[in-house]
Design a protein around this ligand. Structure first.
Ligand code: 13P
Length: 250
């Protein structure tokens, strides 16, 4: 089964108000691309303004807390993101798993909070280079998925992003064959855990996606979209990725 692809941009800690000017051309490309969905996850400070101005683009946060409210200085809840106009949120990004020591249990609680607040959770998983070199990439990813996936997830409320840590921001990527192998494994695991609903959960690939490799990666079976970092910061780089996704979605 072929799922509707999602091309999502993760701006990470990049973007000032002036950067929102990129959204107009991205929105035009997104509106023209009828067969796919497009999302941008700007930093928190820009979410409300982006959501108010984004035409044809879903807006997401980059993280949320597992609690709804409380004494958690500096954190943002899923409800706050919904209130600001977001429809999606990234949880468990490897930069947070490593820098903030987020565990699979933390990530699962965040994904549950996101779903509870009516957001679509984009749940990130991916192996380190050490795990891949040791031939344990599949095991590592399966175990992360098992530990962080909410059992109530559906194809409408959750998306997986497979992002090998060693491919993020490095310009190094797995081969299409390796991506296909991992997405197949993730699909099997999703079906194992969620039953038939696992067939409907989209699986994005992320890690050094550019306009040069997007068409190739997005043609791989079970690659239902891309989570793009650096190449999502400007319309000039991101629009060709949107167009590539549309073109392979015949
Ligand atoms: P890059 O596309 O910059 O490698 O980042 C990928 C990523 O981490 C998206 O969440």
């Amino acid at each position: 089964m072929s799922l509707r692809k999602l091309v999502a941009g993760n701006w990470k800690m990049n973007g000032l108000r002036i950067s929102l000017g990129e959204l107009a051309p991205i929105g035009r490309a997104a509106t023209a691309a009828k067969r796919i969905d497009v999302a941008i996850c700007p930093p928190f400070t820009l979410v409300a303004q982006a959501a108010a101005n984004a035409d044809g683009i879903a807006i997401g946060g980059q993280d949320c807390h597992f609690a709804t409210t409380g004494a958690y200085t500096g954190y943002i809840s899923a409800d706050m993101l919904t209130d600001a106009g977001a429809s999606h949120v990234i949880v468990g990004h490897s930069e947070r798993r490593s820098a903030n020591h987020e565990t699979d249990a933390d990530v699962r609680a965040k994904a549950e909070a996101a779903m509870e607040a009516g957001l679509v959770a984009i749940l990130c998983i991916g192996e380190t280079d050490k795990q891949r070199d040791a031939g344990r990439a599949g095991l590592a990813v399966a175990s992360q998925l098992d530990g962080s996936l909410p059992r109530t997830a559906t194809g409408d409320t959750l998306i997986i992003a497979y992002e090998p840590r060693w491919a993020i921001g490095t310009g190094r990527t797995p081969s299409s064959g390796e991506i296909g192998e991992m997405h197949k494994l993730i699909r099997a695991k999703l079906i194992d855990i969620l039953g038939t609903e696992g067939v409907r959960v989209r699986i994005l690939y992320g890690g050094s996606v550019t306009s040069h490799n997007a068409a190739e990666f997005l043609s791989v079976p079970d690659v239902d979209g891309a989570l793009v970092g650096g190449a999502s910061l400007t319309a000039a780089q991101f629009v060709p990725i949107i167009e590539a996704a549309e073109n392979v979605s015949q």
